[in-house]
Write a protein that binds this ligand. Structure first.
Ligand SMILES: [Ca+2]
Ligand SMILES: [Ca+2]
Ligand SMILES: [Ca+2]
Length: 250
C-alpha cells in the first residue's frame, strides 16, 4: 500500500502541480452539527467525527445541512454486523427533510450487499441514482423504480454488481461539484457522472441496514467554477493526491 500511495503522489506532482496548489489539506469534519432525517438512529461517536446508525428501518439520512458543491468528502464506512444485507451509502445535493419533500431533487449513492426480492428486485452492488420527490419505504429506494421517484443513472465500474462485505472497512472519497460527481472506493474510481446538479448537502444514507459506522470524516475544498472538461482533467490528479495523503497518514 505504501508503494502504491507513493506512486500516486509522485504521478500527481508530475502531472499537475498547479491543481495540487489549489487544494488545501483535508480538514476533520465535526458531525455534531449534522442533521438526522427519517427513521434512523444516528449515534455520534467520541470525537464527533464518526457516527453509527443502529436501526434496520425505512430510509434515513444524516446530513451536513449546508450547500456542499465544490467539496470533496472522505472517510471510512463499515457495517459492524453480519446481520442483514441491505443499503448503505450517501446523498448529494440533499436539503433538510427532502425524504418527505415532493419537490426534492438530489443524488443517491447506494450499495446493497445482496440481491433481494421485496418491493421488486433490489440488486447487489453500488450505483448512483437521481431522486425526484419523496423517498419512501417502497420500490423507489428498494429497486430504483422511477415510478417511485428514483431513476438509476449509473452502476459502479468494478462494484456495480458486487455487494459490500460484513465487518469490512472501505475508504470512500466523493467529489461533488455543480457539473461533476465522482466516487472512489479504496482509492479506485467507481462512479463518474457529468451533468447539471442541484446544490445541497452531503449526507450519509441507510435503508433497511443497521450497525453502519461512518468514521474519519474529512473534507477538502475543490475549485467549483471550472468548466467540465478542465474540471475533470484538473480534479482527478489533485484528488488522487488528496486520497494518497489521507491513506498515507491513516
Ligand atoms: Ca450481512
Ligand atoms: Ca435484507
Ligand atoms: Ca433490512
Amino acid at each position: 500500500m505504501r508503494r502504491y500511495t507513493k506512486t500516486i503522489i509522485l504521478t500527481t506532482l508530475a502531472l499537475c502541480s498547479i491543481s495540487t496548489q489549489l487544494l488545501a489539506a483535508p480538514q476533520p469534519v465535526d458531525l455534531s452539527s449534522w442533521q438526522a432525517n427519517g427513521n434512523g438512529n444516528w449515534v455520534l461517536q467520541t470525537g464527533n467525527n464518526a457516527v453509527k446508525q443502529t436501526l434496520n428501518n425505512a430510509p434515513t439520512v444524516f446530513h451536513n445541512n449546508k450547500n456542499s458543491q465544490g467539496t470533496a468528502l472522505s472517510g471510512q464506512i463499515t457495517v459492524q454486523t453480519t446481520s442483514d444485507d441491505d443499503f448503505i451509502g450517501f446523498v448529494l445535493g440533499y436539503n433538510n427533510n427532502d425524504l418527505t419533500n415532493s419537490s426534492a431533487d438530489y443524488l443517491l449513492i447506494d450499495w446493497k450487499q445482496a440481491d433481494q426480492s421485496y418491493f421488486g428486485t433490489a440488486k447487489k452492488g453500488l450505483a448512483i441514482s437521481s431522486v425526484s420527490g419523496q423517498l419512501g419505504d417502497n420500490s423507489g429506494a428498494w429497486a430504483h423504480n422511477p415510478t417511485n421517484n428514483v431513476t438509476e443513472l449509473a452502476r459502479a465500474t468494478n462494484l456495480g454488481n458486487t455487494g459490500w462485505l460484513d465487518n469490512t472497512t472501505y475508504d470512500f472519497d466523493i467529489i461533488f461539484t455543480s457539473s461533476l460527481v465522482e466516487v472512489f472506493v479504496n482509492g479506485i474510481k467507481e462512479l463518474s457522472i457529468a451533468g447539471t446538479f442541484s446544490n445541497g448537502s452531503f449526507g450519509f444514507y441507510n435503508y433497511s441496514q443497521q450497525s453502519v459506522l461512518y468514521a474519519g470524516i474529512e473534507e477538502v475544498n475543490v475549485p467549483s467554477a471550472v468548466p467540465v472538461p478542465a474540471a475533470a482533467f484538473m480534479f482527478a490528479p489533485a484528488l488522487l493526491g488528496f486520497i494518497g495523503f489521507r491513506r498515507r497518514v491513516k
